[in-house]
Design a protein around this ligand. Structure first.
Ligand SMILES: [Fe+2]
Length: 299
């Protein structure tokens, strides 16, 4: 597929959330999701690892919940200083930071559209605390969905500046974009709000949806939606709220994007072939048609 340039980043690194109840939220991510604490910041922030990276989730104590920033891993051939200059050339505020957080020696912080803050880094420490044997214990942080009233500008930020590929949208409201072979690494929801819609962890395999649901139930956490198969992306997905009512998705079997062909790798459950990017209907969230009283798009 002909393109002007390839994505500047290759994976979502981490998500930092402010929380009004650090102890309760921390306990959910440690005990129920099954992450491991690798460091504590001077401001009381906790750095949580799925099993390899220094951190995949950061929680910072605050008066109210908020999405603080999103970390993306830069491609190895991109120098931090060059990247910062490119961001400024695109009209974004960008500054390099040294030793500003545990696990990352050098990064560029960029203020994107809608006051969304991004951190870009070339290297993160990998203490590899190991995957937990308890809790949900996911494989990795796969994607983040963000609601922004400047959704269109945010999509342009991802596409025109960072080089993400557009893979699908739902009714022109939710736009799916990727920088690797996952159907989506980000999902931009264009609505008059500014907040995280959900963060998503990939489970080991689809049998783990049942185990995860039982783990959540034992912790007193209800499913909001699913597990069921989506249409755009075709991931099997179950959603629940963390203690701050930030939605967490646990998923498997997400479509595999082939950038060279501009299509998703064919799957038996696909509605058409070849599965190329398109606009899905806003009612087309659930391939199985099972009942759901929950408005997933509003979260
Ligand atoms: Fe998702």
């Amino acid at each position: 597929m002909q393109r002007k340039f390839d994505p500047k980043v290759f994976q979502l690194g981490y998500v930092a959330l402010a929380t009004a109840d650090i102890e309760r939220t921390r306990a959910h991510y440690l005990a129920t999701i099954g992450l491991t604490e690798t460091a504590k910041g001077e401001d009381g922030s906790v750095f949580l690892s799925i099993g390899f990276n220094h951190h995949d989730v950061v929680l910072q104590p605050s008066k109210q919940k908020a999405l603080l920033h999103i970390g993306f891993h830069l491609k190895p051939d991109i120098a931090i200083t060059d990247f910062a200059r490119q961001a400024r050339d695109f009209g974004f505020r960008a500054g390099t930071k040294t030793d500003s957080q545990p696990g990352i020696a050098e990064m560029v912080e960029v203020e994107g559209p809608g006051s969304n803050v991004f951190q870009f880094y070339g290297a993160m420490e990998a203490p590899a605390p190991g995957f937990k044997k308890t809790g949900v214990a996911p494989l990795r942080l796969g994607h983040i969905a963000v609601i922004s009233s400047e959704g269109e500008k945010l999509v342009k930020f991802y596409q025109d500046f960072l080089g993400f590929w557009y893979t699908d949208d739902i009714g022109g409201v939710a736009t799916f974009l990727t920088c690797n072979r996952d159907h989506h690494v980000v999902n931009v929801v264009n609505l008059p709000e500014a907040r995280v819609h959900h963060i998503a962890f990939e489970l080991k395999d689809n049998a783990h949806h049942a185990l995860a649901a039982d783990t959540l139930r034992a912790a007193g956490t209800r499913q909001l939606w699913g597990p069921a198969r989506h249409i755009a992306g075709h991931n099997l997905a179950g959603y629940h709220h963390d203690p701050d009512k930030v939605m967490i998705e646990l998923y498997t079997e997400m479509d595999t994007f082939i950038p060279e062909l501009g299509m998703q790798e064919p799957r038996p459950w696909h509605e058409y072939f070849p599965m190329k990017p398109k606009t899905w209907k806003i009612t087309d969230l659930n391939a199985w048609g099972s009942e759901s009283g929950f408005d997933l798009l509003k979260g």
